[in-house]
Design a protein around this ligand. Structure first.
Ligand code: FMN
Ligand code: SF4
Length: 445
């Protein structure tokens, strides 16, 4: 394996990495101190982030510096302003933010404080996936330590800058990871996404300017401010600089969360870093960035893991979470499981999504369970076309439509084989380790 520079997980491997003492011994909070005391002007922080080319790690890959620059000038807009941290991490396959929160919570807190300084926010909310109890406790404990040390709250490090950080537990709804659903939920309402515009920078939490960023995105901030945009750009590609945390799961020998540079070929992650396909089997398919990015055939694993290359290949980097399927897995079964997830998680506000996700699940289900028709393949495509892109309030509908298009494009023969045989050729085996079977939905619909 070729060696590459790392920084995201370097501290995480030390003993007691979650404690303030350990963090400070490794130079933690020195960047915050420099920013506040030197001081580095808020606009300068944003410019550095812009120059670095950092792109959001929550799925859409939006340039972070640019997003922060959308916040209105504090002189012209006196409303309070907020930073919301998206720690909902519910996209199937994604498990990277959890490592950062559990092993290096002070890194996240320092990132939050510097970002709040940059956007002139005096409060931040960390919205944590409900199932992440241990991670929630780790961040809460770190916050207590930071508060006691004068790093959070009034007059941070004795300066004029005051900043509170509040934590909030989700309750197991994927839709609360969508940024406007998250804000509704934080406000105590049902997590229904809001139509955009208005965008959060103009009308966010409680109607005030708000920026929503992913945990890993904000975790990058102190490194960039300390080491500079030019250093950041020595890793990754010109349009997708830096390293990212790749969570790899499924049929590989060593599933886990690995730090790799953007642009690394997926083959290197699957075959070298994750130890190759398990049990000496062949790779059949892989998902590049969480379930919404769709199944790709094994022949595409030389695709570089960056935003542009994966887009060109007809997929997305998403959350950078690879799922590998070996030759014994059934892609129709995998699609049924994925469709069931989006059907269950649709909030129901838009008819295209509410009905479309249900239909996708029913059609995949009946094909998998031996009741499919040849026309179902076209039906899947036409349903997906009716749902996305841009036809609904949020992108959950896209998240269900994209994997549908992908399986029809790359695995049409396997769909038709199910129909012709009147059963799953893999004996209903979604591949060892995939979700438990359950009764088909609407098998005769
Ligand atoms: C249905 C849905 C679920 C999402 N879930 C998450 C999530 O769990 N975590 C996350 O960071 N972003 C999630 N996002 C993306 C957020 O809406 C938003 O783009 C992101 O938090 C912005 O942060 P970033 O710019 O740092 O990537 C989701 C989007 C959609 C449409
Ligand atoms: S697209 Fe789906 S999840 Fe998003 S707002 Fe509409 S119904 Fe709800």
């Amino acid at each position: 394996m070729s060696a590459h520079e790392t920084y995201l997980l370097d501290r995480a491997v030390t003993e007691n990495s979650h404690r303030l003492d350990t963090y400070r011994a490794a130079g933690g909070y020195e960047t915050l101190e420099k920013v506040l005391k030197d001081p580095v002007e808020p606009k300068q922080v944003i410019e550095e982030l812009k120059d670095s080319g950092l792109r959001g790690r929550g799925g859409a890959g939006f340039p972070t510096g640019l997003k922060l620059s959308f916040m209105p000038d504090v002189e012209k807009d006196p409303r309070p302003r907020y930073l919301a941290i998206n720690a909902d991490e519910s996209e199937p396959g994604t498990c990277k933010d959890r490592v950062l929160m559990r092993e290096d919570p002070h890194g996240l807190i320092e990132g939050i404080l510097i970002t709040c300084w940059a956007i002139r926010a005096k409060a931040s909310y960390v919205y944590v996936r409900g199932e992440y109890r241990h991670e929630y406790d780790r961040v809460a404990q770190a916050l207590e330590e930071a508060r006691a040390a004068g790093l959070v709250g009034k007059n941070v490090l004795g300066t004029d800058f005051s900043c509170e950080i509040f934590m909030h537990k989700g309750a197991g709804a994927y839709i609360c990871g969508e940024e406007t659903g998250l804000m509704e939920s934080l406000e105590g309402k049902r997590g229904h996404p809001r139509p955009k515009p208005p965008f959060p920078a103009g009308f966010g939490l409680w109607g005030s300017p708000t920026t929503v960023n992913n945990v890993e995105t904000i975790f990058n901030v102190p490194f960039i401010i300390q080491r500079g945009a030019a250093w950041y750009r020595t890793m990754g590609t010109a349009k997708s600089p830096g390293n990212f945390l790749c969570g790899i799961s499924g049929h590989v020998e060593r599933p886990g969360v690995y730090e790799v540079p953007l642009g690394i070929p997926a083959r290197q992650i699957i075959e070298e870093i994750a130890g190759g396909v398990w049990k000496g089997r062949e790779l059949k398919a892989w998902i590049p960035g969480g379930s919404s990015t769709g199944l790709m055939p094994a022949s595409t694993i030389d695709t570089p893991m960056d935003h542009d290359s994966l887009k060109e290949a007809g997929s997305m980097l998403g959350t950078g979470a690879i799922i590998a399927l070996d030759e014994t897995a059934c892609v129709v079964r995998a699609s049924e499981v994925i469709a069931r997830f989006y059907d269950h998680e649709s909030c129901g506000q838009c008819s295209q999504c509410r009905e479309g996700t249900q239909w996708l699940y029913q059609v995949f289900s009946r094909i998998e369970h031996g009741h499919g028709r040849v026309e179902d393949v076209e039906l899947l495509e036409s349903l997906a076309n009716g749902m996305a892109p841009g036809k609904t309030i949020c992108a959950l509908a896209d998240a269900a439509a994209i994997p549908t298009h992908a399986v029809v494009r790359h695995f049409r023969d396997e769909l038709l084989q199910h129909v012709e045989l009147g059963r799953c050729p893999f004996d209903g085996n979604g591949g060892e380790g995939t979700a438990t079977r359950r009764e088909p939905a609407g098998a005769s619909a």
